[in-house]
Design a protein around this ligand. Structure first.
Ligand code: F58
Length: 834
């Protein structure tokens, strides 16, 4: 419907569905409210307005989206496929508006309609389709791929229930289901016409084809349908809209009806339940996932759907399968999609009749693999019987891959059978397993770690034998995060201040922030910077009061640790520091101590008993300290429930101090460390993951360093580590531990925290005691440094301005150049550091 009849030739009439003037946006929002949400303004709820605004934004993305989709076929470009079992996208609305360059217009349109855009933005329930860093990294990378103009598809699973919601009851974590689709999802398009079928279980049969060649046919017992749901991913001012294609599992009609018609009602229903279960729920696992059949089903399901989709595109492009590797670059985000190596081989061998050598060459040129962890419990392996029953044909193919690979190992290292056993994709010690990390490594042309130290450790330890065999295969690509979401959207005040000084070029090229460095010496700018930070703290304080009932003082130092709860991340070391300060205050109530607010947030895997006890520990300590009159509100401890992307967007801008205190060698990279630093927090941390590179970037004197190095950690453990001795020799530590053991933080209950204390005193696998004194001394330096606010602000400005390296645009450029061999759009690649 045209907005208005043209009055004079100079007036441009915009299409209601695509125009971007304020007048047109207003009309479009009202139209969508009427035609999509079926509501009049008088009775529309906030959610209705969210739907109307989101559809208005989506309409403005469609033209670019379809052009991008079409360009797959027209332009001779290699398409990057990012395969990930998790995409932790966070809410889309604000980000999409920003990337389209329509923030001011939408704000104005909302205002003129009497609406509050921020309130509308807050209505969006975020798709929590990931556990933590790995899933969020995939989301940041999609943003950068579209921004850099790289044709890319994110392939994953459309979980019906995402990451559980966390409530805190009596200090304990309680999990609630996350039905994020409750109010619908305006961003996605269901595309049943692009459905594919995926087989499971059954048996294989040898046969001879028409030419008399020996071939194998897989006869699956069950077939499940994969329906794609597409979400547009708009780049920042790039004109490119890529696709996030998530697969939902459904029963195939034919299978269902065949059973039904033959009277096997129970079988038909069971089949339907089997199919629909696959994409029902995200595994909230940080711990042992071994043997979870449904998880293997999920992995194979989405990987097979995605590969079949690429094959279909390949045919539609009119390209032969022989050139598959020139059209597609597939990144395996950890081992979860690594079954793809065997699946692509199966498609090429069985469906397309290709010979082994050619199929293998295509497969290894197509795949590359990112490792995200060295923790042994997180390395996936599947028990052979389970694997054989679910994917019999894939197991045969893996056996063949392994046989040929081990032959290569024997030729390269004659007589070294121990090495052959170590490197085998099939683990033959005791019970047999398929080692998925090895399959991914053998089937990829590049393997990367996610920070310098992590990559070094991969080469030395996890993949040492593979590194000796193929040193050129291993590369580092340090993680990065998108400055669009983590600065421009989440911290508009700091963004506006930065933009007022250096323009907004930093949003698309984070290295531009370097130009702020000179302002660190400008006292007026420092005062503005402090004001922005303080306002962020006021906003978070109000939220904390509303959410938890705890009053916190925005003038106190905000000391934050938000991330998954895990023993290696050492939230409990942070608590030992809090208790140390508390004891100092109890021993000397008039002690002059810098007021601090300790903020925690993060979920524990539901089955991870120790992590859940750590949450209880934090809350128990908070309960005592927050209510002790001797403390006089100088210390506050707050556990913020239900950590999520939108939660992070509130916390990062408000922190003064970022806690990155993992045992050195355990955190592959970390990405929260980058988000905090960009937002002006200083870091206290160990030499672990990307902390090392952050410290190099900001300058050692602006990073509070403590603790053992990764080498020292290994040496300490190898020498026979006795935490008990440290407990006995350190008075401060002993006082803290004894007070917990006495029941001081558990209403006299001496048993509650015993498992935690026993684990520290007897094993202390993550070396809290070894790092305790160093951490306390370092925290004392932090407290001292905070007293000099001018100096602190200067360091804070320099931290933020030196974060260019940690933009995901830099990471993606490195993937494009070093792994995928695709071009980033001219002019949009980040420039080298000045
Ligand atoms: C994280 N891994 C790393 N895994 O721990 C972190 O250091 C790194 O910065 C980040 O990846 C991105 O590279 C991680 O988040 C998971 O969430 C797994 C999901 C599947 C189940 C096991 C945990």
């Amino acid at each position: 419907m045209p907005e208005q009849a043209p009055q004079s030739p100079s007036i441009v009439v915009e299409d209601d569905r695509t125009g971007t003037s304020v007048t047109t946006l207003k009309q479009a929002i009202l139209d969508n409210l009427y035609y999509i949400a079926a509501k009049m303004p008088e009775n529309a709820t906030d959610i209705d307005y969210f739907t109307a605004v989101a559809c208005t934004v989506r309409d403005r993305m469609l033209a670019q989206w379809m052009t991008t989709l079409e360009s797959y076929s027209r332009e001779d470009l290699r398409v990057v496929c990012y395969l990930s079992a998790e995409f932790l996208m966070g809410p889309y609305l604000a980000n999409n508006i920003l990337n389209l360059g329509l923030t001011d217009s939408f704000r104005q349109a909302a205002k003129e309609l009497g609406l509050d855009l921020d309130r509308i933005i807050e209505q969006e329930s975020e798709p929590g389709l990931g556990n933590g860093g790995l899933g969020r990294l995939a989301a940041c990378y999609l943003d950068s791929l579209a921004t850099l103009g790289v044709r890319a598809i994110g392939y994953g699973i459309r979980y019906e229930f995402g990451m559980f919601h966390q409530q805190i009851r009596d200090g304990w974590q309680v999990e609630m289901t996350d039905y994020w689709l409750r109010y619908g999802n305006p961003w996605e398009i269901r595309r049943p016409q692009a459905a594919v079928d995926v087989g499971f279980a059954g048996h294989t049969e040898p046969y001879k084809d028409a030419q008399g060649n020996d071939r194998v046919r897989w006869v699956p017992r069950s077939v499940v349908r994969g329906i794609p749901y597409d979400t547009p991913i708009v780049g920042y001012h790039s004109g490119v809209v890529n696709d996030l294609r998530l697969w939902k599992s459904e029963a195939t009609e034919s299978f269902y009806f065949e059973r039904f018609n033959s009277g096997d009602y129970q079988g038909a229903v069971a089949e339907k339940v089997f199919a629909e279960n696959i994409t029902k729920v995200l595994y909230p696992n940080d711990e042992e996932i071994e043997g979870k059949e449904l998880r293997l089903q999920q992995q194979y399901f989405f990987t097979s759907c995605s590969l079949q989709d690429m094959v279909r595109f390949q045919h539609r492009f009119g390209c032969a399968m022989e050139t598959f590797q020139s059209e597609w670059a597939i990144q395996l985000n950890d081992t979860h999609p690594s079954i793809g190596v065997a699946e692509l081989m199966r498609l090429l061998l069985d469906d397309h009749g290709m010979g082994w050598d050619q199929a293998w060459s295509i497969t290894t040129s197509t795949f590359s693999f990112t490792n995200h962890t060295l923790l042994p419990e997180a390395l996936e392996r599947w028990p052979l019987p389970l694997f054989a029953s679910l994917l019999p044909r894939h197991l045969e193919i893996i056996y063949e891959i392994n046989a040929r690979f081990l032959q290569e190992v024997r030729e390269r290292f004659p007589g070294d059978e121990a090495r052959v056993a170590r490197m085998s994709i099939i683990d033959e010690n005791d019970q047999k397993y398929v080692r998925m990390a090895y399959l991914a490594c053998v089937g990829s042309h590049k393997v990367n770690g996610v920070a310098e130290l992590h990559t070094q450790l991969i080469k030395q330890e996890l993949f040492h034998d593979f590194y000796e065999m193929w040193p050129e295969k291993f590369v580092n690509i340090t993680n990065g995060v998108t400055p669009r979401r983590w600065l421009a959207v989440s911290n508009p005040e700091q963004s506006a201040l930065m933009t007022s000084k250096i323009g907004d070029g930093w949003i698309g090229d984070l290295d531009e922030l370097r130009r702020l460095e000179v302002l660190a010496d400008d006292s007026a700018f420092r005062a503005q910077w402090r004001k922005v930070q303080y306002d962020g703290k006021v906003r978070l304080s109000n939220y904390i009061l509303k959410d938890t009932g705890v009053t916190v003082d925005p003038a106190s130092m905000f000391d934050a640790q938000v991330k998954r709860i895990h023993e290696y991340k050492r939230q409990h070391l942070n608590v030992l520091h809090i208790l140390t300060l508390y004891h100092r205050l109890k021993n000397n109530p008039n002690l002059d101590i810098a007021p601090r607010t300790f903020l925690f947030g993060g979920k524990a895997a539901p089955g991870y008993v120790m992590a859940k006890l750590i949450i209880k520990f934090i809350n128990a300590v908070g309960e005592v300290i927050n209510n002790d009159p001797d403390v006089k509100h100088r210390l506050k401890v707050v556990f913020l429930p239900d950590y999520s992307v939108s939660f992070g967007q509130r916390v990062y801008p408000a922190a003064d101090l970022s806690e990155q205190i993992s045992t050195a060698g355990k955190e592959a990279s970390g990405t929260g460390n980058m988000k905090f630093a960009m937002n002006g927090a200083l870091t206290i941390g160990t030499l672990d993951g990307a902390n090392i590179e952050i410290r190099e970037a900001v300058g050692a004197e602006k990073f509070f360093l403590f603790g053992l190095t990764a080498d020292q950690v290994q040496a300490t453990l190898a020498a026979g580590y006795h935490p008990w001795d440290i407990y006995h020799s350190n008075d401060g530590l002993r006082e803290v531990i004894d007070s917990v053991a006495s029941g001081q933080f558990s209403h006299g209950d001496q048993e509650l925290f015993r498992p935690l204390l026993d684990s520290l005193l007897q094993h202390d696998t993550y070396l809290l005691f070894a790092d305790y004194q160093s951490y306390i001394d370092c925290q004392d330096q932090v407290a001292q440094a905070y007293l000099d606010q001018e100096k602190w602000s200067r360091a804070s400005i320099l931290n933020a301005s030196r974060m260019g390296k940690f933009s995901s645009d830099r990471s993606i450029t490195e993937y494009c150049e070093g792994i995928w061999n695709v071009a980033v759009k001219a002019g949009s690649a980040p420039k080298p550091l000045p």
